[in-house]
Design a protein around this ligand. Structure first.
Ligand code: NBP
Length: 456
């Protein structure tokens, strides 16, 4: 019988949990995995009338109601193309193939075109929330058009997380690569905020001499404020966790090298391509690369010794966190604005703020204010101008103690530069014109000018 409402291919951590999420809402779900053992494990542990496993891809496809809706939760990259080719002989015109992985948006755009030639609809859908989100309610960022939305609304609304008003954290974002682009920028913002959290931690352990448990208190206070976020909540849990064997704080035993899977880098490259200064995201990405230079850091630290002196600086960490996170969001939104213009996506930023309020890794109460900002057309500087004094104290104390603050410094410099009508770029233009005849504009007359600098 072809009555499964949704199909999922790829049953590693994300796909298996997403399938269980659908089935738990009484949505009949078909599952398939290249290696059948994973399918068997899922069905043995969680199979029921709403969760059905198939060994052959043909049987899986035939079990789905038309137009078929198949979500791919396989490794991003070549695997997506391989699965499309495997599916193709069994699909019918008008069926939907949805890529729920972290694919690069340009690959998604190519696949949309290729599938169109096959008579298929290809949709790129960003999914955030990790393992738990997939199971209990993720934030979904689908590149679905308003025309196609009625076919998906009911089922996606049911499995998605809820925003602060109780509405589903999913919305039809548009066509092509838009869903994956929004997810990419989401991850970029995630990089920046995590780096800022790490910088607050670093300052406290070195300058204030606090242990991980004591530093957790700072984030606990943030969580009780209007700046509460999922990342600051899990920071408390990670900082408080003790290693069972040694009784020490586990974080102190974790090697200081942070990996990355690429989305921070993609966001940074997109920002450079589009001329949008997402400096906090770039610094966070580079900081992860720098963390891998462990040997060099060890060697240089033997040459440059460092002692830390508590200068008694007392700052409001809630304000610091708010300032840094807000700038990370603003920079991400500026990139989305530019991409939306370039690709004619007509992105609705009020909706983007809304669907990030639940389920996803960057969810925070601050998104309510950001949503209001877009609704009312407020300027972002108004949101954080009152936090500047506290940030200055933090930057000053860290500078005096020689603590690196790549992401916070980037946020601070962004604020200063964006609120200064006079940028020193006039001198840069002069230099460019000197050595390369790159020309310049003037503030006192119209036109393009070149100076013969070698003439006295
Ligand atoms: P992985 O990214 O680890 O991929 C493993 C799955 O891909 C397995 O089901 C595997 O099948 C399948 N697969 C591979 Br690898 N090559 C295949 C091929 N050529 N044909 C068919 N299937 C193939 O899984 P994941 O961590 O669950 O993530 C799934 C997607 O969701 C990824 O794009 C990921 O970036 C994204 N994502 C992950 C998270 C997270 O927290 N993990 C969060 C948000 C988004 P096999 O069992 O036969 O090897």
């Amino acid at each position: 019988m072809s009555d499964n409402q949704i199909g999922i291919i790829g049953l590693a951590v994300m796909g298996a949990n997403l399938a269980r999420n659908f089935a738990s809402r009484n949505i009949k779900t078909a599952v398939y995995n290249r290696t059948f053992q994973r399918t068997e494990e899922l069905i043995n542990n969680h199979g029921n009338e709403f969760l059905n496993g198939y060994e052959k891809i043909e049987d899986f496809v035939n079990s789905l109601a038309k137009p078929r809706k198949i979500i791919l939760m396989v490794k991003a990259g070549a695997a997506i193309d391989q699965v499309i080719e495997e599916l193709k002989p069994f699909l019918s015109e008008g069926d939907y193939v949805i890529d729920g992985g972290n694919s690069f948006y340009e690959d998604t755009e190519k696949r949309v075109k290729k599938c169109k030639e096959y008579g298929l609809n290809f949709i790129g859908m960003g999914i955030s929330g990790g393992e738990e989100g997939a199971l209990k309610g993720p934030s979904l960022m689908p590149g679905i058009t308003k025309e196609d939305w009625p076919k998906f609304e009911n089922i996606l609304d049911q499995i998605a997380a809820k925003d602060f008003q109780g509405q589903a954290c999913v919305t039809p974002l548009g066509y092509g690569g838009v869903g994956h682009y929004v997810k990419m920028v989401h991850n970029g913002i995630e990089y920046a905020i995590m780096q800022m959290i790490a910088e607050i931690y670093d300052y406290h352990r070195k300058v204030k001499g606090l242990d991980a448990g004591q530093i957790a208190e700072i984030f606990e206070k943030i969580n009780q404020s209007e700046n509460q976020s999922f990342l600051s909540e899990i920071t408390v849990q990670v900082l408080r966790r003790k290693d069972i064997e040694s009784g020490k704080f586990l974080v102190d035993l974790i090697l200081d090298r942070a990996s990355q899977k690429g989305t921070g880098g993609w966001t940074s490259i997109e920002a450079i391509k589009n001329g949008i200064p997402t400096t906090t995201i770039m610094e966070a990405t580079m900081s992860r690369s720098l963390s891998f230079l462990k040997n060099e850091r060890n060697n240089f630290s033997k040459i440059i010794g460092r002692t830390f002196n508590d200068d008694e600086a007392s700052v409001d960490w809630n304000q610091i966190y708010r300032f840094g996170s807000s700038i990370a969001f603003i920079q991400g939104f500026e990139l989305l604005k530019e991409a939306s213009k370039e690709h004619n996506w007509d992105l609705d930023f009020v909706e983007v703020c809304r669907i990030w309020q639940g389920g996803c890794i960057i969810r925070t109460k601050m998104l309510i204010e950001l949503q209001e900002m877009f609704k009312k057309g407020q300027k972002w500087v108004e949101l954080i101008q009152n936090n500047l004094e506290e940030v200055k104290k933090f930057i000053l104390s860290s500078t005096q103690n020689e603590i690196a603050l790549p992401a916070f410094s980037a946020a601070y410099n962004y604020f200063l530069s964006m609120t200064d009508k006079d940028h020193p770029a006039n001198l840069i233009q002069g230099l460019r014109d000197y050595f390369g005849a790159h020309t310049f504009e003037r503030i006192d007359k119209e036109g393009i000018f070149h100076e013969n600098w070698l003439n006295e």
